[in-house]
Write a protein that binds this ligand. Structure first.
Ligand code: AMP
Ligand code: MG
Length: 353
């Protein structure tokens, strides 16, 4: 199939493009669209056949559930059995925004969306294009990130086309996304609530509303033992070359680089996600200027672009320093740790839940 590209203004998208894309969603097709976090690959969440096309296009295993995107709280009533009290305050603080809430689902939500779970993950994206598309489609839109399964998430339309051109009906291109890492997924069916995936809303900000929250522990290295939650596969967000992590300071980073050189890597085979002002004297390395260390928002925004850019330069290995688990640093750590994991996700298929 040919993938149609509509270039739209991120703040006030052309209604004609939105209506055309919305019509495709209503007819059961697939549209990639920008959100404030990353680009999503959307289908009508209430149309099981359409939802299955998402899994096929991404080569995503059926056990990994999708997030359902809504444009107002009225849409939520279709999807969830009475939302818990805590939800109201979360919604008033963070919706629209990079927060996904897991709640008990209604029967109308197809099993294909939730991977057979009794819960559904819902979010209201804070992006005029995403909101306009959902509104025009008139249905909730199920959308994972618009990348091939396991790859770094797309923060530009070019990233989406690199992975999915010819596999999806169209893409609304509104330029690079703002947050750059995915939404925080919080499970409100548990007490205290559990962060299943750290993301665009920090743990600290969630705690202001929820009190104590628990961050789900990393999956066991033996994935055959079963995952505590879907979407927690060890290797994910990974470029096609190995990612090596360094502790978060220049001298540790330098040590890793020296070790790689002693193993026979030439400097021009080594790609670095390099914080501003670090190791300025090192010659010949392939450098992606990541941003100011401790400005975790900026570094989150540029993380996936950095991984994909270094991959395109043809490096043999990518080295990244690991931020501390503060603010969006927690989400960056999560993505980098999974990108660096050598444990493949594909062994999880047999998990019973
Ligand atoms: P993505 O494909 O990047 O949009 O990620 C969607 C993620 O949301 C999944 O991989 C899960 O981690 C999480 N998720 C979605 N639905 C549920 C659910 N019902 N229960 C728990 N986690 C969910
Ligand atoms: Mg994803």
């Amino acid at each position: 199939m040919e993938t149609k590209v509509w270039r739209v203004d991120p703040k006030s998208p052309d209604p004609e493009a939105i209506n055309e894309a919305a019509e495709i969603i209503r007819k059961g097709g697939l549209i990639a669209f920008p959100t404030e976090t990353v680009y999503g690959l959307g289908a009508n969440a209430l149309d099981e056949t359409a939802v299955r096309k998402i899994f096929a296009a991404k080569e995503r295993p059926a056990w990994d559930p999708l997030i359902v995107h809504i444009c107002n709280l009225a849409m939520l009533e279709q999807l969830v059995e009475d939302a818990p009290e805590k939800f109201t305050e979360l919604a008033s603080r963070f919706m629209p925004g990079p927060l996904t809430v897991v709640m008990r689902k209604k029967a109308i939500v197809p099993d294909a969306v939730t991977a057979g779970l009794p819960t559904v993950a819902v979010r209201m994206p804070n992006h005029p294009v995403a909101l306009a598309l959902i509104e025009a489609a008139g249905v909730p839109i199920a959308a994972p990130s618009a990348n091939k399964f396991g790859r770094p998430s797309p923060t530009t339309a070019e990233h989406v086309l690199h992975d999915l051109a010819g596999r999806i009906d169209g893409i609304l291109d509104a330029g690079p996304t703002q947050v750059g890492v995915e939404s925080t997924v919080v499970d409100l069916t548990k007490t205290p609530p559990v962060i299943l995936r750290p993301g665009g809303v920090s743990k600290e900000r969630l705690e202001e509303v929820l009190g104590e929250v628990i961050v789900a522990s990393r999956p066991p290295s033996d994935v055959e033992a079963g995952l505590p939650s879907p979407g927690m596969m060890p290797r994910h967000y990974a470029p096609s070359v190995p990612v090596i992590l360094a502790d978060g300071n220049p001298s540790e980073l330098l040590q890793v680089i020296e070790r790689l050189k002693s193993q026979g890597y030439e400097p021009n085979q080594i790609g670095i996600l390099m914080p501003e002002g670090w190791l300025t004297g090192e010659e010949g390395l392939v450098i992606f200027r990541w941003g100011r260390w401790s400005n975790w928002e900026e570094m989150a925004q540029r993380l996936f672009e950095g991984l994909r850019w270094l991959e395109r330069q043809g490096v043999s290995v990518i080295v990244a320093p690991l931020p501390p688990p503060i603010g969006l640093g927690l989400a960056i750590r999560d993505r980098l740790t999974k990108a660096a994991s050598t444990n493949s996700a594909t062994n999880c298929q047999g998990n019973s839940r």
